[in-house]
Design a protein around this ligand. Structure first.
Ligand code: A3P
Length: 292
């Protein structure tokens, strides 16, 4: 089913990504103005892609009503590096105009040296994570689209044990957290819950980080709000393009489920929640990162 996992450099990767990851690590050649959108799966990748894409292309589409995101799924606007390299499609990257936007689910420690090395020009990386309790709920609903009957409790146990897609989850989050502290100009750390709370604020942060800050004139003309609205859950979920067809192995509508924080209360017991919270709190202790 393509979901066989292999432990590779400390993380559980889908078997078919491993060879591609090696090629990515060896051969990826970043441009200075590239932005890699990184995420733990089911933590807001689609949303971040939409927001970053709308922000970077805003000059070409001053009227949000004309924006390609109304016709194209965010995953069709921004290539997913893990699959590009797994499928030997790297030539596609060379043809992308600058500034390139790309995305990955790999942890920071598995990104190429050409991106993370101390003495390289590198590129920028914006990361999004989310409360692992909501992540596991989202992941379960998502995986069920291809594996009906998948046990929630079994998946939860895998998350707690760390042997889940690109897990251990906390090591993934920490890899980007540490990088964002060490190189704030190169690595931006975002949380899904923060974005939900004040999307405009974080879109402005993202724009600034990507080197395309909103001017005061743009802000007062409502450019940020226009992007927030265009990329909102309700708007994106309601678009015809996101209701049909598929992106990779999953139907497009699987990427737009509920779009809220705290849905875990409908799926796990308080004991399960407390157990996962405790694992994460323990792993984050002393890192400065508050439990998600
Ligand atoms: P839920 O399953 O909790 O609803 P990813 O894009 O990383 O696969 O993450 C998917 C999660 O993000 C899903 O969460 C999905 O509903 C939510 N999501 C997708 N688009 C969104 C948007 N525009 N705004 C807020 N949440 C969004």
């Amino acid at each position: 089913d393509g979901l066989e996992l292999r432990l590779y450099q400390g993380f559980w990767l889908p078997e078919y990504w491993v060879a591609g990851t090696v090629v990515f690590q060896r051969r990826f050649s970043p441009r200075r103005d590239d932005v890699i959108l990184a995420s733990y799966p089911k933590c807001g990748t689609t949303w971040l892609k939409a927001l970053a894409f709308a922000t970077m292309t805003r000059d070409a589409y001053p009227e949000p009503a004309q924006h390609p995101l109304l016709r194209l799924n965010p995953h069709d606007c921004i290539p997913f590096l893990d699959e590009i390299f797994a499928d030997g499609q790297e030539a596609k990257l060379e043809n992308l105009p600058s500034p390139r936007l790309m995305n990955t689910h790999l942890p920071y420690t598995l990104l190429p040296e050409s991106v993370t090395g101390a003495d390289v020009a590198g590129c920028k990386v914006a990361y999004i994570c989310r409360d692992p309790k909501d992540m596991v709920v989202s992941l379960w609903h998502f995986l069920q689209r291809r594996q009906p009957g998948l046990s929630f409790v079994e998946l939860f146990e895998h998350v707690c044990d760390g042997d889940v897609l690109v897990g251990p989850t906390w090591d993934h989050v920490l890899s980007y957290w540490h990088a964002s502290l060490a190189r704030p100009d190169r690595v931006l750390f975002l949380r899904y819950e923060d974005l939900l709370q004040d999307t405009s604020k974080h879109v402005r942060r993202l724009a600034q980080f990507m080197g395309r800050p909103f001017s005061a004139a743009e802000v007062s003309a409502g450019a940020v709000e226009g992007i927030v609205e265009l990329c909102s859950f309700e708007k994106m979920k309601g678009l015809e393009v996101n209701k049909k067809g598929s992106s990779g192995a999953y139907p497009r509508d699987a990427f737009f489920r509920k779009g809220v924080a705290g849905d875990w209360v409908n799926h796990m017991t308080q004991d399960m929640a407390a157990r996962l919270d405790e694992i994460v709190r323990e792993k984050f202790r002393g890192t400065g990162l508050e439990a998600l």
